[in-house]
Design a protein around this ligand. Structure first.
Ligand code: FMN
Ligand code: SF4
Length: 378
């Protein structure tokens, strides 16, 4: 049995193989962030694809932490029933699933705000992407944020998910606290990397207190901001060591954000296989050398060969993919059953289109192929 298809576990969570579906916004929440029937079917399809671990798209923990439209929310208890439908359908099909929770911080989308919401960030510095200047959060607002993360994690547990992932990458709230570009605070939350880590340490502490020792708490962490004076890999490794000491159960390593140059963004073109694959693998490997907890590599994986090599070279314990599963939710099953040709995804970015229209993400190329076929049949 190859390393990739080996059974493993993260804490007590048993996984059928070393593949992860990286968090992917589906655009399938309603206006209040409640789970729709279409979202349940979408996750059901993923659930029958034999992926080791599915991470849901990012779920906002406070209404002023929202980012993309039709994002699923995890900010009030009324949402538990809908969230439990996602967990249930994946479990019924033999999969494992955890939600990713986020507060977008300074990068929140004011167009989607409710009355009274204001933009919060670590410092009152205009976000380079939205141009909005957030309110620098006070101690009591930091406390509200910690409570919101903890409550979201507890809701996730009550909904029957198998763990929870904190989103600390891609330029959102936790990443902003870690980064010297967004975080200019002069109190104990700003300055040295140890101070910039404080907010995340407190989020983890609050989440752990809410869900208990046995519930897996994992993180998607920025290894590099790719902006001038931003977070750098050496600091991300220090953060990883602290996270490991503070009880994180796995670290998924990503980098960049919408503020970084396009060719250094978290979602990049993968034109050539294998040359362009695994574009953050060296960061994952750097983190793996420094901590004992499992490391998940993400970013441009497309072929079983590259995935296997990342594992057998000891650079990562798991590999995660996002776009390939939009085109082929059953990619892992296909590979397992012997068709090991690379993922069909050509990383054109067309999957966002229907998501932004409120119809849920879908593969543009598959849509075009279907249209052509229908035309032929007419
Ligand atoms: C449609 C879409 C939605 C995404 N939503 C999220 C998200 O909710 N949270 C997150 O951490 N990353 C998100 N990402 C980034 C992916 O998880 C992943 O880090 C990135 O696409 C690189 O992996 P890939 O080359 O396998 O697609 C999204 C990517 C796409 C294409
Ligand atoms: S639309 Fe493009 S990027 Fe999205 S899944 Fe299809 S081929 Fe991949």
């Amino acid at each position: 049995m190859s390393l990739h298809f080996e059974k493993t576990s993260i804490k007590s969570l048993e996984l059928s193989n070393r593949s992860v579906r990286s968090a992917t916004w589906t655009g399938l929440g309603d206006e209040k962030g409640y789970v729709t029937d279409q979202a349940v079917s979408f996750y059901g399809e993923l659930g029958s694809g034999e992926i080791g671990l599915i991470v849901t798209g990012y779920q906002y923990v406070m209404t002023n932490g929202i980012q993309l439209p039709y994002m699923i929310g995890n900010y009030e208890d009324g949402q538990i029933d809908g969230l439990s439908r996602l967990a249930e359908i994946v479990h019924n099909r033999g999969g494992r699933i955890i939600p990713q929770i986020v507060h977008a911080g300074a990068r929140a989308n004011v167009k989607l705000f409710r009355e009274g919401d204001e933009v919060w960030g670590p410092s009152a510095i205009a976000d380079p992407v939205t141009g909005k200047k957030p309110k620098e959060v006070s101690r009591s607002e930091i406390h509200q944020l910690l409570e919101a993360y903890a409550a979201a994690a507890l809701r996730s547990k009550k909904a029957g998910f198998d763990g929870v992932q904190l989103h600390a990458a891609h330029g959102y709230g936790i990443n902003q606290f870690l980064s010297p570009v967004w975080n200019k605070r002069s109190d104990s939350y700003g300055g040295s990397i140890s101070n910039r880590y404080r907010f995340l340490a407190e989020v983890l502490e609050a989440v752990r207190a809410a869900v208990g020792e046995d519930f897996p708490v994992v993180i998607k962490l920025a290894a590099h901001d790719f902006v001038e004076n931003g977070l750098v890999p050496e600091e991300a490794v220090q953060v990883s060591r602290r996270l490991a000491d503070d009880g994180i159960d796995a670290i998924e390593v990503s980098a960049g954000s919408a503020a970084s140059p396009k060719d250094l963004a978290p979602i990049r073109k993968v034109k050539k296989v294998p040359e362009d694959e695994g574009y953050f693998l060296e960061f994952a490997s750097y983190v793996k050398e420094s901590v004992e907890v499992p490391v998940i590599a993400v970013g441009g994986f497309r072929s079983l060969g590259t995935v296997q090599a990342a594992l057998s070279d000891g650079k990562a314990d798991y590999t995660a993919m996002s776009r390939p599963f939009i085109r082929e939710p059953h990619l892992i099953k296909r590979w397992k059953n012997g068709d090991t040709s690379p993922a069909l995804c050509i990383s054109c970015g067309g999957c966002f289109e229907t998501g932004l229209e409120g119809k849920g993400i879908s593969c543009k190329i598959e849509r075009q192929l279907k249209k052509k076929q229908e035309k032929k049949q007419r």
